[in-house]
Write a protein that binds this ligand. Structure first.
Ligand code: PBG
Length: 329
């Protein structure tokens, strides 16, 4: 036996047993941190798997309600709702987006009737409603800002009327948080909150989501409104504006390739920070898992823990159900 080295600090002391490791754990993922994104479509008795997002489905409203009962039973507190809009309902002005009897509005009402305790977050953006797949009104190949904000305001109000707890503008038009906040207040929806997609990057990680909603841009890309992937200070500028304009929660999107942004925003603000673990991040893990190339469950937990460690309070993730199940065992 070698004589003990005269080491004062032995960090391994605290890693010796599972109990000690738990005692000094700094970050813990819980079911309260999870927001589950769900896709809804017209029809009855429909459950369609999204090819690039294994185990994620588009549901008709009847089956979605059943699915959400499971989600609630797992302890998940919130969902983010995304609609698949039929082509014939799409127009450049996004008219269908604020139809009081539209798919989102009917879905929110039904959820709030059957499962009132479930927090419903609605997406406010034109892309699922636009024949061009862009997040705004198109004119001569340009995306119009202020005209689009007017439509976003109508959409947000119709979501509030339907019973949404939080509206989540994901479009990146300038000034939309302030415009939506003012309109909600004027109409008496003072308790409807805003989850702002504040730092949303023009990312290639959204591909599978655009498959799910058939919402890929028909021309060009989204670089004139979503952020340049190379920028960090600009995220703080967007965050500062959204705080000033009245955001209640701030989102960073995507998450995995932007952990530095999550940390920077966490250090900058006292508001809750949400990380969007987007479709491409989900697809990569699922694909490698299906091949048996990684231990999928462990990689999921490691990935989501890294987002919390970086400073996220909440994680919007297609893994929410799986993770909730893992945490219960
Ligand atoms: C559109 C929107 C997108 C996502 C959420 N809302 C796609 C886009 O900006 O093109 C992507 C989410 C994901 O990839 O999981 N407003």
């Amino acid at each position: 036996m070698v004589a003990p080295h005269p080491l004062i600090h032995r960090p391994r002391r605290l890693r010796r047993t599972e109990a000690l490791r738990r005692l000094v754990k700094e970050t813990e993922l819980t079911v309260n941190d999870l927001i589950y994104p769900v896709f809804v479509m017209e029809g009855e008795n429909i459950k369609q798997e999204i090819p690039s997002m294994p185990q994620c489905y588009r549901y008709s409203l009847d089956l979605l309600l059943k699915e959400l009962q499971d989600v609630v039973n797992l302890g998940i507190k919130a969902i983010a709702l995304f609609p698949l809009i039929a082509d014939e309902k799409k127009d450049n002005q996004g008219t269908e987006s604020y139809n009081p009897n539209g798919l989102v509005q009917r879905t929110v009402k039904a959820i709030k009737q059957e499962i009132p305790q479930l927090i419903v977050i609605t997406d406010v953006a034109l892309d699922p409603y636009s024949p061009y797949g862009h997040d705004g009104i198109v004119e001569n190949g340009q995306i119009l800002n202020d005209e689009t904000v007017e439509v976003l305001v109508k959409m947000a109000l119709s979501h509030a009327e339907a019973g949404a707890d939080l509206v989540a503008p994901s479009d990146m038009m300038d000034g939309r948080i302030g415009a939506i906040r003012r309109a909600l207040d004027v109409e008496g929806w003072i308790n409807v909150g805003i989850l702002a997609y504040s730092a949303k990057y023009a990312s290639a990680y959204y591909g599978p989501f655009r498959d799910a909603l058939a919402s890929a841009p028909k021309f060009g890309d989204k670089q004139t409104y979503q952020m340049d992937i190379a920028n960090s200070r600009e995220a703080i500028k967007e965050i500062a504006l959204d705080i000033e304009e009245g955001a209640d929660l701030l989102m960073i999107k995507p998450a995995l390739a932007y952990l530095d942004i999550i940390r920077r925003v966490r250090d900058y603000t006292h508001l809750p920070v949400v990380a969007y673990n987007v479709s491409g991040e989900y697809a990569m893990i699922k694909a490698a898992g299906q091949q048996g190339w990684i231990d999928e469950k462990k990689v999921i937990l490691e990935t989501l823990t890294s987002m919390k460690r970086a400073g996220a309070d909440l994680i919007l993730t297609y893994f929410a159900k799986e993770v909730a199940l893992m945490l219960h065992h």
